[in-house]
Design a protein around this ligand. Structure first.
Ligand SMILES: [Zn+2]
Length: 382
């Protein structure tokens, strides 16, 4: 029997990692655009609203009325999206802690990884974020609650305390694990290349979300999807991006787009440090893609239509291989990085017509995980 795939369209909604960018261009306008696409195809999406940014805007708004205007628009955009049936959940970038604001620019100097903060400090940030969202959205729906978490820059494991803190906050599941990623950048160090489970929900070892526990735990991990793109499509996609980059240089963006991110911004934020050994780099860039294709996070903003089709084929293959009849899958997106909505729109339309796919929000996923619709993996006892 064909399994039913329960697909969550998830989006990390935020400014650039260094605090740069215009919130209207990177957040408000593209969110409305995406919501319009979802509505047209009767899909309900979920937005992981980065709240540290908003809390920082609120802190500075008394001395800077322009920040108050933006923070109010942020609230209104989030509330309106939620009112239209889409979900909003918790996302935290700790680098906003202790931010400075000078000449209309943010200077963020704090650590990007929440794993490097003392437990009390990490808890305070997450609790403040959760309370902000709940206060904002309960007037629309008194039952609204933050039930899921995605950590800024995927930083969730290993950590002696992070998962326990999420349990204290009432979080049902975390979605910060993405199989196969490894970052050694100026901001982030993490290694998810050897996760016990990178497709199905599971109970994690409480001190290391990369490992499956041999018993039920008070929190669940649902990985964010990834897949291997074929060399052919990845090459075509990069070629298209290179052409866009050249065009951007020849014909600079009009004034209206000037708060937007360039094609290069994403790559710059995630550039790997140089000191990975030459052999490692040759192996990862040169050999691995030939063996199994190019590792790609299922981040819709980074994929074109052909790659989105490959992503869906990979999800269907893996769902079938699981032998289960219901499988939840979490996609990623970054509104700030979407250059062209047409590929995403085609993909959303395909999904909305597929008989084997149902879309669900993160709140619905939490309810179904608790209610037993999906199998949650436990490791065999040692
Ligand atoms: Zn983020």
């Amino acid at each position: 029997m064909k399994p039913t795939i329960y697909l969550a369209f998830v989006d990390d909604w935020e400014l650039s990692g260094n605090g740069s960018g215009d919130a209207r261009e990177l957040q408000f306008r593209p969110m409305r655009e995406l919501v319009k696409i979802y509505n047209a195809h009767k899909v309900r999406g979920s937005f992981n609203a980065e709240v540290m940014q908003q809390l920082t805007f609120r802190t500075f708004e008394k001395d800077h009325p322009e920040l108050k205007t933006l923070a109010d628009e942020w609230d209104e955009t989030v509330r309106e999206t939620y009112r239209q049936g889409h979900d909003v959940q918790l996302h935290i970038h700790p680098q906003w802690r202790g931010a400075e604001y000078e000449d209309g620019r943010w200077r963020l100097t704090a650590d990007w990884s929440i794993l490097n903060y003392e437990p009390d400090e990490a808890y305070r940030m997450m609790k403040a974020g959760k309370e902000y969202l709940e206060n904002l959205l309960r007037p629309v729906n008194p039952d609204y609650a933050c039930v899921s978490f995605r950590s800024g820059s995927w930083c969730i494991a290993p950590s002696p305390h992070m998962l326990s803190l999420l349990v204290r906050l009432g979080i049902v599941f975390d979605m910060s694990i993405v199989g196969g990623v490894r970052y050694e950048t100026k901001n982030i160090n993490l290694d998810y290349t050897n996760c016990d489970e990178d497709f199905l929900p599971y109970y994690p070892v409480m001190t290391d979300a990369r490992k499956v526990s041999d018993k039920r735990e008070p929190i669940i991990c649902t990985p964010t999807n990834y897949f291997y793109g074929s060399r052919r499509q990845v090459f075509k996609h990069h070629l298209g991006k290179a052409v866009a980059k050249v065009r951007e240089r020849v014909r600079p963006a009009p004034a209206a787009r000037q708060g937007a991110r360039s094609v290069e911004a994403y790559g710059h934020e995630w550039a790997q440090n140089r000191h990975a050994s030459l052999l490692t780099r040759v192996y990862e860039k040169g050999v691995v893609p030939y063996l199994k294709g190019k590792h790609l996070i299922s981040d819709l903003a980074q994929l074109d239509y052909a790659l989105l089709r490959e992503m869906l084929a990979s999800i269907r293959r893996r769902a079938r291989a699981s032998g289960l009849d219901s499988v939840p899958v979490i996609l990623e997106n970054h509104t700030k990085d979407i250059q062209d909505f047409s590929d995403i729109e085609r993909f959303v339309k395909d999904v909305s017509r597929a008989e084997d796919i149902k879309c669900l929000t993160l709140t619905e996923l939490a309810t179904e995980l608790r209610g037993g619709r999906f199998q949650i993996r436990v490791a065999a006892p040692k």
